[in-house]
Ligand binder design. Sequence first.
Ligand code: FAD
Length: 406
Amino acid sequence: MVDSSTRIAIIGGGMGGLTAAIALTRIAGVHVTVFEQASRLGEVGAGVTVAPNAARVLDRLGVLERVRGSGAVPDGHGVYLDAMGNMVTDAAWEDSARQYQNIGMYRPDLIDALAHDVDPQSIRLGHRLKSVEKLESGVRVEFENGTEDVFDAVVGADGIHSVVRGAVGQHPEPVYSGYLVYRGVMDASRLPADWPMISQVWMGNSRHFMAYPLQQRRLFNFVAGIPSDRPLQGAWSGPAEVSELAAEFSGEGWDPRLQHFISLIDKTFWWGLFDHEPLTNWSRGPITLLGDAAHTMLPHQGQGVSQAIEDSMALATFLAAADTVADIPEAFRRYTAVRMQRTAILQNGSRRAGAMFDAQYEFENLRKRDADIRVGRDFRRSAVFDYDAHKVAEQALARFRRVQVA
Ligand SMILES: Cc1cc2nc3c(=O)[nH]c(=O)nc-3n(C[C@H](O)[C@H](O)[C@H](O)COP(=O)(O)OP(=O)(O)OC[C@H]3O[C@@H](n4cnc5c(N)ncnc54)[C@H](O)[C@@H]3O)c2cc1C
């Protein structure tokens, strides 16, 4: 078995990198060092949903209670509404066994909750990766601050602009979705007392607006998707005026309740939505990828972080089965084989969900679109939320072993 003498570098201290640090330490028993470019661990002040499939992994890692304690579990299923606020369908919000629910998380709270379970001595801040080089034995990582080190293996959890991705021979072009989102959080005490503590999505006129509670319901998250060519003109994100956002949902064609919600927002920023085509490979020898570095996806299924969390569990499970450092490339190869298929389906599904919310392409006919959303709810519960990343990796391991013996 690999053990604490096995040194693994995780590049990126985001939600994926920190979950990987916990999983690799607790399940595979290896020694991890997390390198983060920023001078402190942090995140943009917005929300993210930890879906039931990710909650299951966090439970196995022993960190679910802390995460749930700083997040918000909604009162029940979410709703998809038309532009005037009429119900289209309810939304999946828990797994079939009703054991795990969606958890709305303020992103800085999720980073804090995960970092709590990572040894502070193993986190190196202010380390921006410059290059990764596979050596005869081990992998050298070099940072812009002039430091370098050699590890037995490297995991690239360095996000959409990943440097590590180049070291596994992958150079995907970012694909702009044609949409930007206005994002932000508001103090929930501003909302009317009877505002439902669930996820709501208003859909209409090529745009949608989503809102759900965070931080024990003290905060409310919002994400509004708007068609725009702004990100094609330069930066991918920036500050925005609330009046711009309000103008996108003004007029008699939009639910006055939604307009009231928007009138209570005091701060927002915009964010261009990009993904990339599924990669053709994630691993080369003792170097592999995880999270957005491996599979940036559009946010419309709320699965980006959740997939990074699933990746972490699968990677740790395959690594735990490696007898020696020499077996790590095979562990990474197996991890890639299992994870690439799952995440490619969700990358594609996230594009499709965005097209549904915004009545694009084949979803222009709203009656048919609404029927598709209803069907998608059941798929989401069974295929997405019920997925057990640990069980799937264990079953794959058993199959890999049978093939080896045969
Ligand atoms: C509007 C929006 C809404 C979303 N909503 C959801 C949701 O509801 N549910 C969900 O599951 N997902 C959601 N996502 C997706 C989610 O944010 C990402 O999938 C997730 O952040 C990926 O985590 P990661 O750790 O892989 O990458 P990141 O969060 O990008 O973290 C990468 C880390 O690596 C560091 N880094 C980068 N380059 C280097 C380098 N060269 N050297 C050292 N460090 C480096 C960065 O500073 C960062 O800390 C949403 C995304 C958007 C844009």
